[in-house]
Design a protein around this ligand. Structure first.
Ligand code: PMP
Ligand code: PLP
Length: 398
């Protein structure tokens, strides 16, 4: 793969920050190194001394004074090494990207930590999308994606989709406007990138089948496109085995995947990951060097310590526990105005509805009020679909 044709002028012009490189070098050196280099402030002057964070399973994450100094200091722009290593091992065992993706001539795969996957996405778009470019996606789509793409002034082309996501035949039809043998010619307007949310799409909830992914990947090969696989709901798949990802099929190095810890560890900590061909991940890291410098070292250390203490098995057990929490069951009503929804994993919906949903400006009725004994815990909620517009119902998904 030659990635040069995909880069915007701004991204291609990015150069490494010499001070950032020194910070990264320092991180790989023994603590005995005397550094008069990076502009690191002296952590002895910081007001925070140590930290102890209790994990719900009873474990404690402790930052002694030495760890705390590191947590409060600048760190490498691609992420702290131990978190990156953990994540790389997880990606390899979950997606088993074809070995070809790791060979240098095909663009070795790499990863970086981002401040939520939103940061990764926004930087990936800035790297790849020029004003006027044609960009393929399946709409309606995540509002954060539109917020990042629309101001660039690109031309968003909607590829029709259904409950199984983007329809390959529809993509083929959209692409038939261009001749695959001419996409490399200067001035070609053929789309270079395709964006999709492959699992539990926001807002439609659609998930793409493995067969569709294969067909879409083949079209991407034919038209030499990159695919941005924005997959924050990967771990929220209700059925096992989890669907094979685009990353797992990536023999060429044309997939850029964004992962998020927002839905599984914490949304406020802001941790996400970009996985993709090294030359592209490197460009994202150069952008990080010039913007946030890196995701909070404290946050990364906290998450890394938890993941290391859990191991991959413990992490996957955590995922299993909370997936049940999100499962809802209902029967489609054939008459009337109401949908009766069971929220599995929630013993009683009273507090959830009266506080959390109300805060989000959504009103539902907790099921308990319909029970003979209204003080018994009740996992149901009643939604009346008689008054809200389809647009309002879509918005509730947020
Ligand atoms: N501006 C100047 C002049 C600086 O020296 C620095 C940090 N050395 C920054 C901005 C960035 O600081 P921050 O760590 O708050 O992003
Ligand atoms: N991508 C999609 C499809 C989302 O729905 C969201 C959050 O709602 C994000 C990305 C952003 O996630 P993060 O919190 O990791 O930035």
């Amino acid at each position: 793969m030659n990635y040069t044709r995909f880069l915007t002028a701004v991204s291609a012009a990015r150069r490494p920050s010499p001070i950032r490189l020194l910070t990264e070098l320092q991180q790989r050196c023994p603590p005995s190194l005397i550094s008069l280099a990076g502009g690191a402030p002296n952590p002895n002057t910081f007001p925070f001394q140590s930290a102890s964070i209790t994990v719900k399973n009873g474990e404690t994450i402790t930052f002694n004074e030495t760890t705390m100094k590191r947590a409060l200091q600048y760190s490498a722009s691609n992420g702290i090494p131990e978190l990156l290593t953990w994540m790389k091992n997880l990606q390899k065992s979950l997606h088993k990207p074809p070995t070809a993706s790791y060979s240098p001539e095909k663009g070795q795969m790499d990863m970086c930590v981002t401040t939520g996957s939103q940061e990764g996405l926004c930087k990936v778009f800035e790297m790849l999308v020029n004003p006027g470019d044609n960009v393929l996606l399946d709409a309606p789509t995540y509002s954060g994606t539109l917020a990042a793409l629309q101001p660039i002034g690109c031309n968003l082309i909607n590829v029709p989709s259904d409950q199984h996501g983007m329809i390959p035949a529809a993509l083929k039809e959209v692409l038939s406007r261009w001749d695959p043998s001419e996409v490399h010619k200067p001035g070609s307007t053929a789309p270079k990138i395709l964006y999709t949310i492959p699992n539990g799409g926001n807002p439609t909830g659609a998930s793409m089948t493995a067969q569709r992914k294969k067909e879409i990947y083949e079209l991407a090969r034919q038209y030499d496109m990159l695919i941005i696989e924005d997959d924050p709901y990967y771990f929220l798949q209700f059925d096992k085995p989890w669907a094979p990802t685009f990353l797992s099929m990536d023999v060429d190095g044309r997939i850029i995947r964004t992962d998020s810890f927002s839905k599984i560890l914490s949304s406020g900590l802001r941790i996400g990951f970009v996985t993709g061909p090294k030359p592209l991940v490197d460009r994202v890291v150069l952008h990080i060097q010039a913007s946030t410098m890196h995701t909070s070292t404290f946050t990364q250390l906290m998450v890394s310590q938890l993941l290391h203490s859990w191991g991959q098995d413990g992490f996957l057990q955590h995922i299993d526990r909370f997936v049940t929490f999100y499962v809802a069951e209902w029967h489609s009503p054939s008459a009337g105005m109401f949908l009766w929804i069971k929220l599995k994993g929630i013993a009683d919906t009273q507090q959830l509805i009266m506080e959390k949903a109300f805060e989000k400006e959504v009103l539902l009725v907790p099921g308990g009020v319909f029970m003979i004994n209204s003080s018994d815990p009740c996992p149901y909620v009643r939604a009346a679909f008689s008054l809200s517009t389809p647009e309002q119902i879509d918005e509730v998904h947020i």
